[in-house]
Design a protein. Structure first.
Length: 462
């Protein structure tokens, strides 16, 4: 068993099936860049502290740089019998530089090594996803500003409720994405603790300098408890929750794009490049990409639930079960980045059908609340105004007419004190622009929202 780094304790080789079943290298090899970066800094610290010689450190770091090149040039052979990314790299390092390579693992364990690698990986992923969210928000801002005069029906219970600006509806997704971006940034703050130096679970008796390692790896500070350092997967879990919340928002947007692109709604045309046809029905234009984003949301939820389930009953500290933490994280990260790219491009390329939106906004008695508010202004208690307008809607429904077709005579028939102002309130333009307050759908309010956001982003970028 001398071929295994831990083989001294064992008298027979590992079963071939067990090697394959327990190996993580098929998926954790994507951590190679972070594993090598952590190893180089660890090596520098060991030499600085006099734990290994400067000569050995020089050989180790040069060997690691060569291995990095080999991997990126496709010359590196990954071996399942070496279990994981860590042992594959360490084994190759020893082949390259001899006994010096065997000294690299001094004062660390694979337990704290993998905790470091995953944190470094997630730091980059959270930064990349935050950037992708920001870029999608830029598209939404641009569309909202360009389509500022487009009116559409707002919905509750998927029934037409009140008219709103299309821009106002788009900016609702901007706000959702802003919260998503904030969650990733907050997660990154809590992840800003460096676990290397925790060893297997109890730390090490070598005179290491964890602060030095944390500084070189750009962590705020080292973790405070060695047991927690190797048994904690909160960063992974929080990352998966952030991904799940983001995918939920993208799924809701996908659902609306799917609905709006149907013949029944006809509010938008999706870009051809993000749709497909039918193998049997020549007329079809299917919104496959939004549908896939909607479907992939369940996949990301599954990633979160899978890791929560893995972690829920584990005793401290490290357990082999925790090897199952990486695939859900990798899958969620890949899925989220792909979904953001697709949805950004769809939002940039879609074409609003302004006339269809406006016609729909005028239907469904969407200004009924405006009439009730008008009657309240005339002195009628709201509950009574609600009842009066309900009678008006029933009358119009029975005659097959919409709110804008109400006559002054009919209005005065249900409320004698009504005047022409009551009829003016029934247009969708009047309804939209009457809601001129922070968070309202009036053109002035939405433009103020857009401009405020743009100014804040300029300050942040500056």
């Amino acid at each position: 068993m001398a071929d295994k780094p831990w083989g001294g304790r064992f008298s027979e080789p590992t079963d071939k099936f067990v090697e394959e079943f327990t190996a993580s290298v098929p998926f954790d090899k994507r951590l190679y860049r972070y594993d090598i970066a952590g190893s180089i800094v660890h090596c520098r610290m060991l030499a600085r502290q006099g734990i290994i010689s400067a000569e050995d450190a020089k050989k180790i770091m040069a060997g690691l740089e060569e291995i990095l090149d080999d991997i990126e040039e496709g010359r590196f052979e990954w071996r399942v019998d070496l279990e994981d990314v860590h042992m594959n790299i360490e084994s190759r390092l020893t082949e390259k530089v001899g006994d010096a390579g065997k000294r690299l693992h001094t004062a660390r364990s694979r337990n704290d090594q993998v905790a470091l690698d995953v944190k470094l990986y997630l730091r980059d992923e959270m930064a990349a996803i935050s950037k992708a969210i920001y870029e999608m928000q830029e598209v939404i801002l641009d569309r909202a500003e360009k389509e500022i005069d487009v009116i559409m029906p707002g919905y509750t219970h998927l029934q037409r409720a009140q008219p709103v600006l299309f821009s106002h509806h788009l900016m609702a997704y901007f706000e959702m994405l802003e919260r998503d971006r904030g969650r990733f940034l907050d997660c990154a703050k809590r992840a800003d603790r460096m676990p290397l130096g925790a060893g297997a679970l109890a730390g090490t008796d070598f005179p290491i300098d964890r602060g030095f390692v944390a500084m070189l790896l750009r962590f705020e500070r080292p973790t405070a408890n060695s047991i927690d350092s190797v048994s904690d997967r909160d960063t992974n879990l929080e990352f998966l929750f952030c991904c799940s919340a983001l995918m939920m928002h993208l799924s809701r947007l996908s659902e609306e794009l799917i609905l709006w692109s149907t013949g029944e709604f006809g509010f938008i045309d999706l870009p051809d490049a993000y749709c497909t046809g039918s193998s049997i029905m020549p007329q079809k234009k299917n919104p496959d990409v939004p549908e896939l984003v909607r479907g992939k949301t369940g996949r990301v939820y599954g990633d979160l639930v899978a890791l929560l389930t893995v972690m829920k009953g584990l005793p401290l500290a490290y357990n082999k079960d925790m090897q199952e933490d990486k695939e859900p994280v990798f899958d969620a990260a890949d899925t989220v980045r792909g979904s953001l790219r697709a949805m950004k491009d769809i939002m940039a390329g879609m074409t609003p059908r302004v006339d269809r939106m406006l016609a729909a906004a005028k239907g469904g008695y969407s200004t009924a609340t405006d009439l009730a508010d008008y009657l309240v202004g005339k002195g009628l208690p709201f509950r009574e105004a609600h009842e009066v307008v309900g009678k008006v809607v029933r009358m119009l429904t029975e005659s097959g007419r919409e709110m804008e077709e109400l006559t002054l005579e009919e209005l005065q028939g249900v409320y004698p004190g009504a005047d022409e102002e009551g009829l003016r309130r029934l247009t969708v333009e009047s309804s939209v622009n009457s809601r001129n307050h922070i968070g309202g759908t009036a053109r002035a309010a939405v433009m103020e929202h857009i401009q405020l956001v743009k100014e804040l982003r300029k300050k942040t970028e500056g």
